[in-house]
Design a protein around this ligand. Structure first.
Ligand code: PMP
Length: 399
């Protein structure tokens, strides 16, 4: 039995079957590279589903985590620690607004807190979007707009209306004086990197402002530089959300989520309303600070824009029959295929030493680390024609 097969068998024996069997057991990572249990190297364009802002084992994150855990590992929320305060202050500086932060451990939890903030307005109705993804806990799942994930768990909490994504008229029709919040992803990541029409977020801001509903932007996937600005909404003029939820990249690989609220939304959670034991854990927050420092210090927002454009242009210039076009922003890219071959592309890419994923049957998603290098982007561009040929069933085959 190979090392990969052995780990797979142990996984199947010991872990619940909720993810199915992962396609590859990984044992080590460095930058954009990972190695499997047999020592085979891959370039990681999945980035831990967009969690690895700086790639694997970044020295700044390793140092911050090691130093922090050696001095004060965890304090619970009966007490407080400096890195937690510092990260909250730092995030608010990046937003450029006064507000308050609630720290938690995941994207779903960040959205659960937003759900509760919505309830504390005294209104109960919520509006979310078809195809949207906000997490798997029951509140976050109620906001999610993907029936296959929701149906086994109905009834879901809350009074949630789902409207077509990107349709400002449908949004305006659904939002009433009873609506507590509207939750939107600036780009729908899990749904296949779906970009709304220009002006959609601005319209959502106007619609919610007119009825007194909170505008919650779920930036769990788009935030912390993934799209080339600190937060994707900052690339849209005239959009100031009431609440922004964050996770994934924020912790540089550690579990860390945040619900950031502004104005009256920042004052609604009162003592006793909400909490979680590990929320604001100083080790995770120290990692978060290292991530933000490194993005800033190394000018990575510029790199995201540069590499994102290069990949987009390079992929479209291949003129491959399997490629329709590339959509997305920064280093959150969806290669839209001319047919439902994304799982085959994912498999062919893995065989060629590249990790990508297939959020929809006809979309291949790329979300490499923000510090992706020229040679790494170039390696994918060079390998793609062969990968696409293999996935298309013509040419080199792994079958
Ligand atoms: N919101 C968005 C936009 C996401 O992409 C995800 C994760 N894919 C989540 C929420 C849930 O995050 P987590 O898995 O950390 O709970």
């Amino acid at each position: 039995m190979t090392g990969n097969q052995e780990l797979t068998q142990r996984w199947q024996g010991a872990l619940m079957d909720n993810y199915g069997t992962p396609r590859l057991p990984l044992v080590r990572g460095e930058g954009a590279r990972v190695w499997d249990a047999e020592g085979r190297e891959y370039l990681d364009f999945v980035g831990g589903i967009a969690t690895n802002a700086l790639g694997h084992a970044h020295p700044a994150v390793v140092a911050a985590v090691s130093t922090q855990i050696a001095s004060l590992g965890h304090v619970s929320n009966l007490f407080m620690a400096e890195p937690t305060v510092a990260l909250a202050e730092r995030l608010l500086t990046l937003f450029g607004r006064e507000g308050r932060v609630f720290f938690c451990n995941s994207g779903a939890e960040a959205n659960e807190a937003a759900f509760k903030i919505g309830r504390l307005t005294g209104r109960t109705h919520m509006v979310a979007t078809d195809g949207g993804f906000h997490g798997r806990t029951m509140g976050a799942l109620a906001l999610t707009g993907q029936p296959a994930k929701q149906d086994p768990f109905r009834p879901l909490p809350g009074d949630v209306t789902h409207v077509p994504y990107g349709d400002a008229q449908a949004l305006a029709a659904a939002v009433t004086e009873e609506t507590a919040l509207v939750v939107i992803e600036p780009v729908q990541g899990e749904n296949g990197v779906v970009v709304p029409p220009a002006g959609y977020l601005k319209a959502a801001r106007a619609i919610t402002a007119a009825t007194g509903a909170l505008l919650v932007l779920d930036e769990v996937q788009t935030g912390i530089g993934r799209t080339g600005t600190w937060f994707e909404y900052q690339a849209h003029e005239g959009v100031l959300p009431d609440v922004v939820t964050l996770a994934k990249q924020l912790g540089g690989g550690l579990p860390l989520g945040a619900t950031v609220a502004f104005g009256r939304a920042a004052e609604l959670l009162r003592p006793g309303h909400h909490g979680t034991t590990f929320g604001g854990n100083p080790v995770a927050c120290a990692a978060g600070l290292a991530v933000l420092d490194t993005i800033e210090g190394e000018g990575l927002l510029g790199n995201v824009k540069r590499q994102g454009e290069r990949l987009r242009e390079g992929i479209e210039a291949l003129n491959h029959p399997l490629i329709d076009y590339v959509r997305g922003a920064g280093l959150l890219l969806g290669i839209v295929l001319t047919g439902p071959r994304a799982p085959q592309v994912q498999q062919a890419a893995q065989e060629a030493g590249f990790l990508v994923n297939a959020p929809a049957p006809d979309v291949v998603r790329l979300m490499p680390p923000l510090n992706l290098r020229d040679d790494e982007a170039g390696a994918l561009l060079q390998a793609l024609p062969g990968i696409l040929d293999a996935a298309n069933g013509d040419g080199r085959s792994g079958e």
